[in-house]
Every structure is written in C-alpha cells, then in structure tokens.
Design a protein around this ligand. Structure first.
Ligand code: B12
Ligand code: SF4
Length: 454
C-alpha cells in the first residue's frame, strides 16, 4: 500500500515558538519505521514543504494519508482530510498524534476515516493490513473508525515509543533545530513524570510512573543519529540519579560525543548535582527549567514540588557548572502591575540565558479548566487559540490590554537586558541569534495586535 504521512503546516494565526524550537516529526518517523516493512511509505513535512497536499497527492497517488496533530492543528488537519477526499474519496484518511490522544472527538468528521487514540506496533500493523485487504471486519484497540461511529473498544493505552527511522526525514533534517542548535535531533530516554504538576499535560500523556525506554532500542536509535546535537524530550531528565548515570554509561559505552539539551526539574538539579557535573563533561549544554513563578503560594498551587529558594539554588548550580539555562515562566491571570515588575526582578536575579513567559493555560480536560471556566476568553473549540502563547483567562488585576502590554514589556525586558546576548552570539553564532530574534518578533507582533484589538 502507498502511504503518505503528513505533518500539517505551521498555524499562522497561532502564537507559537516553532520558529526557533522546531524538531523532527518523531511520531511519524516511528510510524514509518514500523510500516516500511510491508508498505511503500513517505513523510511529507508541511512545516517545510512549499507545495500543497493536493499537488503532492497528484504526484505520488497514495492509497492512505496519515496526519499527525497537536492542539492548535485541529482545523488544519480537518481541512487537509477534506482536501484529500476532494481529490479522491477512495483514499483512506487517518489521524494520530497528541491531540488525537487528548481529544479524539475533535476529529469526528466525515472526512476522517480512522483516529488513532493511542498507537502501538500491533494496532498500526493491523489497521494498514486490513485497509490493504479492503475490509475492516471489527473495531481495533486504540482506533476509532468512522464506520463504527468512532466508538472505541474501551481498552485504554498510551503511545508506544518505537524505533524511529531517521532516514525517512533525510531531506528535511538540516532544518530541524532547537534554539541556537541546528541541525538538532530529538529523542527520549525515559518516560513519565512523578512530579505530576497540576497545570501540566506532559505527565498526563506519558503517565505518572517513570521508566526507561528499552536500552537496546535507545542504542540502535542513538547510533543512527548523525546530527551533532540531541534534544532529549524526557519530561524530567533529572528524575533520578540512576537515570542520569544509566544515560552516561550508555553514551560513554558507545563513544558518543554530542551536544545534549534536556528538560530538567529544579529538584533534580539540586539533588543530583554530581551526576549533572559528569553529564556536563559528556556534552550537556543547556537545560530547560520550568521556574514558573516568583511566588511560593503559586508554586504550591501548581503542585510544583519546588520553592522560590530552590529556584535560586538550581540557577546557582547550573551557573557554577557552566550550563545554559532556558527558563520558562507562567503568567498568572491574577497578577497586577507590581507582580509583573517583581517577576522581572526575579528573572534578573536568576540570570537565565534565555527566558520565555507564557500565560497560564487551563487546557480542556485539566482540573484547572473547571476552576477558570467562567473567566475563559475563548471556547474549548477555538483550537488555534490553545497554543500556550495566548492569554486564555480574563485577568483580574488589570485590563486585558494592559495584561498584554505587561507580557510584551516583560518579554522585551528579559530579551534585551537580562538574556546575555554577547555570550549567546559566541555560543550559537550571529545568524542563529538573528533567526531566534526574528521568531520572537513574530510573537511580539501578535501580542501587539492582540493588545490593540482588546
Ligand atoms: C517535540 C515537540 C514539539 C515539536 C514538534 C512535534 C510534532 N509532533 O511535530 C515542535 C518543537 C515543533 C513543537 C511545537 C509545538 N508544541 Co510541542 N511538544 C513536543 C514534545 C516535547 C514531544 C512530542 C513528541 O515528539 N512526542 C513523541 C512522539 C513519538 O509522540 P507522538 O507525536 O504523540 O507520536 C506517537 C503517537 O501519537 C502516534 N502518532 C503521531 N502522529 C501520528 C499520525 C498517524 C497517522 C498515526 C497512525 C499515529 C501517529 O505515533 C507515535 C508513536 O506512538 C511534547 C511534550 C511531550 N513530552 O509530549 C510537546 C507538546 C506536544 N507540544 C505542545 C505544544 C503546545 C506545542 C506548540 C503549540 C507550542 C508553541 N506555542 O509553540 C507548538 C505547535 C507547533 C505548530 N503546530 O505550529 C503541547 C501539546 C498540547 C496538545 N494538546 O497538543 C506538548 C504536550 C507540550 C506541553 N506544553 O505540554 N512541539
Ligand atoms: S516536572 Fe515538568 S514535566 Fe513533570 S509534571 Fe511538572 S511541569 Fe510536567
């Protein structure tokens, strides 16, 4: 069977960071890795491609088109499925990805034939076999099919981490980057997150329980990565000392010398300083840290498992170890002007290399959604708005316009005065810094237009 796997294009109307955090479509590479044995598969990355899906279909005549999805992609994915059906209604349309897992109902639409709520080797092979044979017969675990009214078998599951085939995106790979590191690959070493912060989707996607991905799979995957930089997408790379040590022994054993970027918790940085020091000697270059706020009461509300003082300690440790910090904060909807200036002072004292501040987003299905339901500025179905970059909760301490102004000023302040530009130019090169800056400008422009509108 000829199968086309598609990543939708960037959503222009959404506020995203994907100009400078832009990774390969790892999920599609995994699907490719499994299906290539028995089918003729191709990946079409519309975040890079310039031709339309319609033209691509004319060129390669697929029998099935599979599309991956994130929260803001819903309408685009549906449009693409309609485009496929308009071209040839015999082509099977299949949707998977994070949004299909978190909210499969969003894809209950006449143009969508099958939705993968969760994906593993068994259900993947089974569906495409049945499609090739021309008969579905019955429902399949993890898949909601139009012909069965999108009903599920009720068996629960999560996405399986399978061996990706990195060669499937060969022609795109030089474009994939993470901040100043380009090209950069992305992979995962361990899943889950026992910190279970209240606002976070990530542990809900992968589960509370932490565990390592099969080390043999990791080795085979690591061996195929040619890029000099790997972004490890684990929720908390510093979940335990054993985990960091297991990774170090794996890369040392394989003689891997690369730059590594990880997401790390404040707690882990404090507890496993010595293991992190060894990791720095083996290539750790930057840590993405969620400091979130400058108020202990909010950290407790978020169930964050760290304090303002812990944030200082973690920042000090990473500075001492010479690792860059890419810090993220969440603007609380009840902040007033004094809170924003306190945040600016706090960021200045933590001295991160890069900072991003996004408004608190009570994603539908999170317990927080109920709490803020009556203050929501948009509907759950305004999919493009749920980008984690747009203000979603009506502020209580100031007007919405002023709130956008404070976000804009704070982002400008930290980017111009706090983040160390000269150090960054040395590290990432002028061209990369210009690219990051242009990406930020797009977000700034959107903030300005939202400020004017409100
Ligand atoms: C890497 C990553 C990215 C990459 C690209 C990911 C991609 N799929 O293209 C980049 C950096 C571009 C990115 C951008 C964004 N991201 Co992001 N990202 C991640 C991250 C760190 C890992 C995702 C991943 O690769 N998982 C591993 C793969 C293997 O899983 P998977 O894609 O789900 O694939 C599996 C199955 O779903 C299935 N599958 C997937 N697609 C398909 C298709 C078919 C046909 C089939 C059959 C199966 C199938 O097969 C795979 C194997 O089991 C997660 C956090 C996390 N840890 O989950 C956030 C995350 C997914 N991102 C998130 C967000 C919000 C965004 C942005 C909106 C952020 C922003 N404001 O800029 C943008 C949107 C970009 C856009 N559309 O313009 C949210 C998602 C919320 C949601 N409900 O969707 C997450 C959970 C982070 C968070 N904030 O909590 N992201
Ligand atoms: S530590 Fe990070 S990944 Fe884990 S639950 Fe908290 S915010 Fe989510």
């Amino acid at each position: 069977m000829k199968i086309l796997l598609v990543r939708p294009p960037r959503i222009k109307q959404a506020i995203t960071l994907s100009d400078f955090m832009f990774s390969e479509p790892l999920g599609l590479e995994m699907i490719y890795g499994v299906l290539k044995e028995n089918h003729n598969v191709e990946i079409f990355d519309m975040m890079i491609e310039t031709i339309s899906l319609k033209d691509k279909i004319k060129l390669c005549s697929p029998e099935a088109v599979g599309i991956t999805s994130l929260c803001i992609d819903v309408n685009k994915v549906l449009d693409l499925c309609i485009e496929v059906k308009n071209e040839d209604d015999q082509i099977h349309t299949i949707v998977g990805g994070t949004q299909a897992y978190l909210n499969s109902e969003a894809f209950f639409h006449d143009a969508v034939d099958h939705i993968f709520e969760y994906t593993n080797e068994e259900n993947l092979i089974e569906l495409y076999e049945r499609l090739a044979q021309g008969s579905m017969r019955s429902k399949i675990d993890g898949i909601r099919s139009k012909e069965f009214g999108y009903a599920s078998t009720r068996k629960k599951g999560r996405y399986a981490y399978m061996l990706p085939d990195r060669s499937s995106t060969e022609k795109y790979r030089r474009e994939y980057s993470y901040f100043g590191y380009r090209p950069a690959a992305i992979m995962e070493f361990g899943v889950g997150c026992e910190k279970a912060c209240d606002f976070c989707l990530r542990w809900r996607i992968e589960g509370y329980e932490e565990g390592l991905i099969d080390p043999e799979l990791t080795k085979r995957d690591m061996a195929q990565i040619k890029e000099p930089t790997i972004m490890m997408m684990d929720n908390d790379f510093f979940a335990s000392e054993e985990k960091v040590k297991a990774f170090l022994s794996l890369i040392r054993g394989m003689g891997i010398k690369k730059n590594f970027i990880v997401y790390g918790s404040v707690k882990g940085i404090i507890l496993y300083k010595n293991a992190i020091k060894e990791f720095v000697e083996c290539g750790l270059k930057a840590v993405l840290v969620g400091y979130e706020t400058f108020k202990d009461t909010e950290l407790a509300d978020y169930r964050k498992k760290s304090t303002i003082e812990d944030n200082y300690k973690a920042a000090g440790i990473l500075r001492e170890l010479g690792v860059d910090v890419w810090a993220s904060f969440m603007a609380h909807p009840d902040w007033d002007a004094n809170d924003f200036s306190a945040l600016r002072r706090y960021i200045k004292s933590l001295k991160p290399q890069i900072t991003s501040i996004s408004p608190l987003t009570p994603f539908p299905n999170l317990p927080m959604y109920k709490k803020y339901e009556d203050r929501l500025l948009y509907n759950a179905k305004d999919y493009e708005k749920w980008s984690f970059g747009q203000v979603m909760i009506r502020p209580s301490g100031m007007s919405l316009r002023r709130y956008y102004w404070e976000l804009l000023v704070t982002n400008l302040y930290v980017n111009i005065f706090v983040n160390k530009k000269t150090e960054m130019i040395d590290r990432y090169g002028l061209m990369n810094i210009i690219r990051i800056f242009t990406g930020s400008l797009k977000a700034f422009n959107k903030y300005i237009s939202l400020m004017i509108k409100n």
